[in-house]
Ligand binder design. Sequence first.
Ligand code: ZN
Length: 423
Amino acid sequence: MSLEDHAEDLASSLGVDKTEVKRDLENLVSYSVPLEEAKDSLRRKYSEGSDGGGTPTSRDVADVTTEDSSVNATVTVLTAGTRSIRYQGSDHVIHEGELADGTGKISYTAWEDFDLEPGETVTIGNAGVREWEGEPELNLGENTSVAREDDSLDVPYDVGGEASLVELEPGDRGVTVEARVMEVEKKIIDGRDGETEILSGVLADETARLPFTDWDPHPELTESASVGLGDLYVREFRGAPSVNVSEFSTVEPLDREVAVGEGAPRLAVREAIESGGLFDVELVGNVIAVRDGSGLIQRCPRCGRLVRNGQCRSHGAVEGEDDLRVKAVLDDGTGTVTAILDDEITAEIYGGGVEAAKEHARDEMDQEAVADAIRETLVGREFVVRGSLSVDEYGANLNARSFAGTSDDPAARASDLLAEVRT
Ligand SMILES: [Zn+2]
């Protein structure tokens, strides 16, 4: 298919002039934007600025597709989040969340304030449709109308965005939680308006622990405070969900203490990987291999990356700094992850620190001697590992906070199992 054909296809599906689309497409491609990405960005451009090129079609939510240029729908507002974004150089307050009818739910972004409230039922006229994370999303702009309905719909979803921490996923908006602040610290970041103070820490409830960032520091977020938080959004940070508190969020101290779970949820490896990343999880499996780059390693003093043969991938020839680390492949029969053990855990397994490891390597005249000794200790044995799981193009990596052998005594194992069944 030629660029011309792509332009023609796109123009007819968007209901806009082909010459203009072709010019934009050529322009993007000339800047080495991949074709599919260029087409997506034009779909967004033309559907946001859509002046009602076609007549909107009335749709059930489940039937809305990205082929629709604009739709009418009667829906219940599930969540209404508020966020400030910088778009083409200026700040806009946008409203976003989810809408539903009896057939399904769909996310939305409102570029104007329609004052949507969770729980109300509205008929939306002439909403644009664009693709967002592979799914259709409704865009409510200046040509969209919102009419309140007296009769409510029967929708099979929870209204209001109340969630426990374990339920949160990147992309969630307008979320409400009750949690305890486990850790919090002030940080100065180089934000879009220069140096800005933010808060960064960890929230917990009975179900999970998650990192959070408060972009507009709320004084109520102090260590061990139990708080109700409203209008939050969830982003992905290092492969796991992260809670974002903004200037639009509500933060209220609670007059009771939010219960916090001690342990991390224990999941099968496959289940954990399928979740896309978890800030705090416990996995149990056999170490089937200790990967290269384990044991006594050298790190670049500038970026901390592994130095091989005196070379950092980013900084060239550097004087590497000695460190200890293990990358252990953990297998539980459902899948594998790489458990990454830091210097402290590694020293415990190895039975000595960096100095002992260097001496060992010198004696054997082989740096790999340290990794070999660790391999001998770990491979073929079962371990419980707790830490943060990230799943991305580098694979599934579990940054361990704790690492312990399961009991080798079958009787003890059986009674552990019984105890688990009972609780
Ligand atoms: Zn480097």
